[in-house]
Design a protein around this ligand. Structure first.
Ligand code: HEC
Ligand code: HEC
Length: 249
């Protein structure tokens, strides 16, 4: 029972020793870094029960439903393609995507590739939040035009992404989070960003950027992917007692 906490404590200590400098030591990298390994990992068979156990820790920030926070501090991850989750976790673990808050929870001594696959399978099947925060709605015509011309080819007409290509789902996501990621991609703060996307985003004015993100935040997942209003994740009610849903037969 105490073991996972010991692991986290050990991870924290090692981070303190290494001076949190991980990110600075990382060589030049991009969206293809870790892609091969992510592809290989995606072929592993997920252990849903382990995924659910590990997700307990993730739920502290991402909420038991995986919906994150509306203000966008923590992203919604429920329903995201498992391939995308696996790759983002690898990128975060290895400093290819700066995320200091999450690093201790993804350290190699805490989680390995199989754990990533297990969590990703668990998170992918969670239903998405019934509502999300959107932008001002002022410039939607412009946003729609830009989206159709520049974004749909990768993120899909409806923001559904592409699991095989590691293109994230962006529909149903909260506006502030989307905007922050776009700005970070534009300013090179998100090193794992797709090179083509960086080039493209650099042509945009702030007005264009906000318009296209506002439009993206209004794209809706299909009803079958969305939870009913007021739904709570029963896997974590009852003091985190596991529901029998995924018990091994
Ligand atoms: C201490 C809080 C915290 C914990 C614990 C945490 N996360 Fe996160 N996570 C964040 C924040 C904050 C971000 C967004 C960082 C940013 O803006 O780039 C994030 C981003 C992510 C992303 C990227 C989402 C995207 O759309 O690209 C994934 C995937 C993710 N977390 C999964 C997990 C999993 C799985 C766990 C458990 C092993 C976990 N997180 C634990 C805070 C946390
Ligand atoms: C060439 C393909 C491509 C195009 C075109 C593209 N993207 Fe992306 N986008 C990606 C990939 C790949 C990622 C994930 C990269 C990574 O790992 O950081 C991403 C990530 C994102 C993210 C962060 C998602 C998250 O969950 O953290 C947002 C937001 C986003 N794109 C919006 C857009 C918008 C808006 C446009 C159009 C202006 C666009 N993208 C055009 C490939 C593309």
């Amino acid at each position: 029972m105490a073991e996972p906490y010991l692991k986290f404590a050990a991870a924290l200590v090692s981070i303190i020793i290494s001076g949190v400098g991980m990110a600075d030591q990382v060589p030049k990298s991009d969206a293809d870094t870790n892609r091969k390994e992510a592809e290989q990992a995606s072929t592993l068979t997920p252990d849903m029960e382990n995924g659910r156990k590990v997700f307990k820790t993730c739920a502290l920030c991402h909420s038991p439903e995986g919906w994150g926070t509306k203000d966008g501090t923590t992203p919604e991850i429920a329903g995201q393609h498992s391939t995308v989750i696996i790759k983002q976790l690898m990128d975060i673990q290895r400093g290819n995507r700066d995320n200091p808050t999450m690093v201790p929870f993804t350290m190699p001594m805490v989680l390995n590739n199989q754990d990533f696959v297990d969590i990703a399978a668990y998170v992918e099947q969670l239903k998405m939040a019934p509502t999300n925060l959107m932008g001002s709605g002022k410039n939607l015509k412009l946003g729609k035009e830009i989206y159709a011309k520049e974004c749909a080819k990768c993120h899909g007409k409806n923001g559904e992404g592409d699991a095989k290509e590691f293109y994230p789902k962006i529909h149903g996501q909260n506006y502030n989070y989307l905007l922050r990621q776009m700005l970070w991609i534009k300013h090179g703060k998100r090193r794992n960003a797709n090179r083509k996307m960086i080039k493209q985003v650099n042509r945009f004015s702030d007005e264009d950027l906000m318009a296209v993100i506002d439009y993206s935040s209004r794209l809706r997942p299909s009803t079958s992917e969305v939870a009913k209003e007021g739904w709570t994740n029963k896997d974590f009610s009852n003091s985190f007692k596991y529901s029998p849903k995924y018990e091994k037969k």
